[in-house]
Design a protein around this ligand. Structure first.
Ligand SMILES: [Ca+2]
Ligand SMILES: [Ca+2]
Length: 302
């Protein structure tokens, strides 16, 4: 009787230890749990309400129930942070390299106070000029920045978190008082002109008027969108003189960035009446036959 009681007691203890261990294991999983998206969580809860939880979501539902029942306050905070991370990561990416770095006042579009980095980030996504944010966790200051940070200075400040807006290669981008869009399809020069003109609002093949605009063409095509190739420019050599005129603005190409020994009408006088700019290995402008095919960046005024 006494032995049986002892065994029973021992069994209960072991059960309780295993139970306790499982609880710790579940809690640890819950701690590191990062939901795929709010939509995903909603769908799991809906499945629970409907009484039909899909097999692959069962484990996740268990974790969500731990979040709900066992560690309400603590895990609520964890989930809020995780969900917030998901939302931000949809359109902004975190880059701790630039946390606590000084920002140049010329790059600050505005400084506002927001409750959270999420509010700060969503403000940036609604502003075309905004490329990144610095959010201070202590003061809740939110700096909207017009550039991606690239300095290598010391991290001298405290509490500042840095987020970058993700770059979308398929949409219009505002720079230097103009709008630009990249199209990766290769076309002849005339087809590229027609393509840009057909966009809404209508635009023209990029006319590069300054070093800054030339740098931006490289940044857009090569740095952001990984295209090491040639892109049409809107210059044309009407009289085969080797001097080019911008078709849209009807001005001479005062700023130029010719590649070594270009323009050279390589295939005979008047054979290369168009210009394509190499953005990577052949960085610089080349006169080219207009019938060759390259992708294009279209430009339009504000
Ligand atoms: Ca231009
Ligand atoms: Ca040439």
């Amino acid at each position: 009787m006494a032995v049986g009681h002892a065994q029973n007691h021992q069994g209960k203890r072991i059960d309780s230890i295993i139970d306790h261990q499982n609880q710790i294991k579940d809690s640890i999983e819950a701690f590191f749990y990062k939901p795929k998206s709010i939509k995903h969580i909603r769908s799991i809860w809906q499945q629970k309400i409907d009484g039909k939880v899909e097999k692959q979501d069962k484990k996740e539902l268990d974790i969500l129930e731990i979040v709900e029942k066992k560690m309400n306050l603590y895990l609520l905070i964890v989930v809020i942070l995780a969900v917030r991370g998901v939302i931000i990561s949809d359109f902004m990416s975190r880059n701790p390299t630039y946390d606590n770095r000084a920002t140049l006042s010329t790059n600050i579009i505005s400084t506002l106070i927001f409750r959270s980095s999420l509010h700060c980030a969503s403000h940036c996504t609604r502003n075309d000029e905004c490329k990144s944010i610095m959010f201070n966790m202590d003061t809740h200051s939110c700096q909207l920045l017009s550039v991606h940070m690239s300095d290598t200075g010391p991290q001298t400040y405290t509490g500042w978190l840095y987020y970058e807006k993700k770059f979308d290669c398929s949409i219009w981008h505002q720079r230097l008082g103009h709008w630009y869009i990249l199209d990766t399809n290769e076309r002849t020069f005339n087809d590229s002109r027609s393509f840009c003109a057909s966009l809404s609002p209508p635009s023209y093949v990029i006319e590069v008027n300054s070093q800054a605009e030339n740098d931006w063409l490289t940044e857009l095509t090569l740095s952001h969108c990984g295209m090491d190739t040639f892109f049409w420019l809107n210059g044309y050599d009407t009289d085969n003189s080797g001097t080019f005129t911008w078709i849209k603005s009807q001005t001479p190409t005062n700023y130029t960035n010719w590649y070594t020994a270009q323009p050279n009408d390589n295939l005979g006088t008047g054979s290369e009446k168009c210009i394509a700019s190499g953005t990577g290995y052949f960085e610089g402008w080349h006169d080219m036959p207009c019938s060759w095919t390259f992708p294009v960046v279209c430009e339009r005024d504000l």
